[in-house]
Design a protein around this ligand. Structure first.
Ligand code: SDX
Length: 386
């Protein structure tokens, strides 16, 4: 095998690492337990998709009512975690910690306080998955309240999962349209088969470690800008372009900026994908919804979308590289006024359902995941040979 091919294979590219009944990701479709992503984005709510992923089937009306009520009733987090979020305030302000780090620690702390923390049965996993799904938006909201120096906004059980997430971040009840766009973004982000963070969670679960530990590891993996961190990095890249070329979105200046990035061999954030080579099925869905919001906005949100569309056009025509879901997500969340450092934590608020579904599936029929490596180090030698 050539050196380049070996390098690519070191990312396990194209290698089947196991079986799952949860999700299928391929060039022609993205399917969650038999349902195609565009169908779910159009016709389902996040609560319905969370139930589908965690329990395994489309919920009946009564199942959905009970599930939604159960999630809403479990949104509050322990005082000790709120105290930690307040302690983390200065670290978040100084930049020594970013929201993804603080969210990771808070989830780990929740495990310390769960009486059932050590149990790894699928039943115990499901109960803890529902609690984490309910509590992660609260951690995000309270963390943002601390960063903003405002009173903690308590969860509102009367709001949907998506609306409550926005409410807790901003302190204002969102419009139905904003709540729906966030709801769809959570559906799009919920699950994606053996992506890096999900695979990390399965490797941890396969040692028979607990769900809080597996999710803590998955959050660490998702943070990286090559993975979930790309939604923040994509918006920061657009801000960099805007600061370099000004607000007029001059196509020639944008093209010059992109050509310099190509010359510098920069990875353009929010573009490309290990599996999708002709585009990410989720990107167009979110772009359309986000652009509709931007067209109605009174600020320059539409100009940001038009800048993004120019960047996308150059990537597609000159590099044949397409946007992944993180590119339209950055623009959409920016249009909604969500602070950039909370974009990837919101990804966690969705992906907790996919991670937990995989952890449950792994624990239900487990075998330790342990591949081998090809040794390319020094030849055998004696320690006392000098
Ligand atoms: C997510 O796996 C999942 O399912 C993840 C995810 C999920 O839902 O869980 O979909 C979420 O993580 C989406 C991806 C978010 N990451 C980014 O947007 C970061 C920028 N993207 C790249 O770093 C890259 O596209 C990856 C990491 C996403 C995928 O990279 P691969 O498969 O390892 O491909 P590669 O880096 O080997 O690139 C192949 C070629 C290279 O050119 P050559 O060196 O062969 O000339 O394409 C180029 C790359 O330079 N390329 C890019 C590019 N992505 C690939 N060039 C510029 N900008 C990019 N973004």
């Amino acid at each position: 095998m050539s050196a380049t091919a070996e390098l690519k294979s070191s990312g396990l590219e194209g290698m089947i690492a196991g079986k799952t009944a949860i999700c299928a990701v391929n060039q022609t479709s993205l399917i969650y337990r038999g349902y195609e992503i565009a169908d779910l984005a159009e016709n389902a709510t996040f609560e319905e998709v969370a139930f589908l992923l965690l329990v395994g089937h489309k919920p009946s009306e009564s199942e959905l009512k009970a599930f939604s009520k159960e999630l809403a009733s479990q949104r509050a987090i322990p005082g000790a975690v709120i105290d930690y979020l307040r302690t983390a305030g200065p670290w978040l302000k100084s930049g020594s910690a970013v929201p993804m780090d603080v969210l990771r620690t808070a989830v780990s702390m929740l495990g310390n306080m769960d009486p059932n923390s050590q149990a790894v049965s699928p039943e115990a996993d499901l109960e803890k998955a529902k609690t984490l799904t309910a509590q992660i938006p609260t951690i995000i909201g309270h963390m943002q309240n601390v960063i903003d120096g405002r009173e903690i906004v308590k969860p509102d059980e009367s709001l949907s999962h998506a609306a409550n997430l926005l409410y807790m971040i901003t302190g204002e009840k969102p419009s139905d349209e904003h709540a729906r766009v966030i709801d769809v973004s959570l559906i799009l982000y919920a699950e994606h088969d053996y992506n890096a963070s999900t695979f990390s969670s399965r490797v941890i679960a396969a040692t028979l470690s607990d769900i809080h530990g597996a999710v803590t590891g998955a959050i660490a993996a998702l943070k990286g800008p090559l993975h979930g961190g790309a939604n923040e990095a994509a918006m920061e890249m657009l801000r960099e372009i805007r600061s370099d070329i000004g607000k007029d979105n001059d196509p020639k200046k944008i093209q010059d900026w992109m050509h310099q990035a190509f010359a510098d061999k920069r990875k353009l954030m929010g573009f490309g994908h290990r599996v999708y080579k002709n585009g990410d099925h989720r990107a167009g869905i979110l772009h359309k919804l986000g652009r509709q919001l931007a067209e109605k906005a009174t600020d320059d949100s539409l100009a940001w979308f038009e800048l993004g569309e120019e960047v996308q056009k150059i990537m597609e025509t000159e590099k044949n590289i397409y946007p992944n879901v993180d590119f339209p997500c950055g623009l959409t969340y920016f249009t909604m006024g969500i602070p950039v450092p909370q974009y990837t934590p919101i990804f966690v608020a969705a992906r907790i359902t996919g991670w937990a579904a995989h952890i449950i599936e792994q624990h239900a029929n487990n075998r330790l995941i342990r591949p081998i490596a090809e040794y390319v180090g020094p030849e055998l030698k004696k320690w006392n040979d000098g």
